[in-house]
Design a protein around this ligand. Structure first.
Ligand SMILES: [Zn+2]
Length: 259
């Protein structure tokens, strides 16, 4: 039984790698279909595979992948997942996944961790991981903020004018991956400010960072008209440079011209 769950989880991981890089999402039903199974009576099996994949993600030190990218039919995150923890902490766990750009390195790390969990089904896997990690350490693992880049707007992005804030672990804003994807598409591989071409990432795409020109914390919108794709140098200057106020004005103009 746990062997079958492993095999399917490993296949689902590969499917997710493709889905996530195309900025798409799966539901339990479409995931079952992608695995060649009848979507009508396999959602439970898919949910268990997702749970096992997320256990592997924690073991690998990566935010929870399947929790965020495999959804209920309504498009909502599985309401049963992580339901018995504090709501704030649950939001933090979800937000961490939402704000994270999953790379091929993450997928490889999850796969390796999955191998370390062979012989354990999803429940046993979580039990085992909880035992390996002290409780506090465990919660840090699943809800810590990513330690990347200048504060909070380096990575992911929800299309809304008033993004919901997440009350724990400092303040994070929920961002729509579609906004980010659309801005990256608009940039065509170049920094939208200086025109420099980004270096090529392991997944073959040029490296760019999405910047909210007016920070979400200052009521900036999570819209394409407020997000610009930047090279790392310009991104840092936008945050820390003496000229940052001027840059803000110029960037607003640059993006307005693209609309
Ligand atoms: Zn630049």
């Amino acid at each position: 039984m746990s062997q079958l769950q492993h095999t399917e989880a490993e296949r689902l991981l590969e499917i997710l790698a493709a889905v996530v890089s195309n900025h798409q999402m799966l539901t339990y039903a479409t995931a079952a279909e992608a695995l060649g199974r009848d979507p009508k009576n396999n959602s439970r099996m898919v949910a268990q595979c997702c749970d096992l994949l997320d256990a592997a993600a924690v073991l690998a030190g990566v935010p929870l992948l399947a929790l965020f990218w495999v959804r209920e039919k309504s498009g909502k995150i599985n309401h049963k997942a992580w339901k018995d923890i504090e709501p704030d902490l649950r939001e933090a766990v979800i937000s961490l996944s939402q704000c994270h750009t999953f790379t091929s390195t993450d997928f490889a790390a999850i796969k390796q961790a999955l191998n370390a969990l062979i012989g354990r089904g999803n429940h046993k896997a979580w039990e085992w991981i909880r035992k390996q990690k002290a409780d506090e350490d465990f919660w840090k693992l699943v809800s810590r903020q990513p330690s990347s880049l200048p504060e909070d707007d380096a990575i992911e992005d929800l299309g809304s004018d008033r993004p919901d804030s997440v009350p724990t672990l400092g303040k994070r804003y929920l961002r729509d991956p579609k906004v980010r994807a659309a801005v990256i598409e608009r940039a065509q591989g170049r920094c939208e400010f200086c025109g420099k071409v980004g270096f090529i990432c392991t997944d073959g795409t040029p490296y760019l960072e999405c910047h909210h020109i007016i920070a979400l914390a200052n009521d900036g919108a999570d819209r394409m008209t407020n997000v610009i794709a930047l090279c790392p140098g310009d991104h840092r200057e936008a945050h820390f440079g003496k000229r940052r106020n001027e840059l803000e004005k110029e960037m607003i103009r640059v993006v307005a011209e693209k609309a």
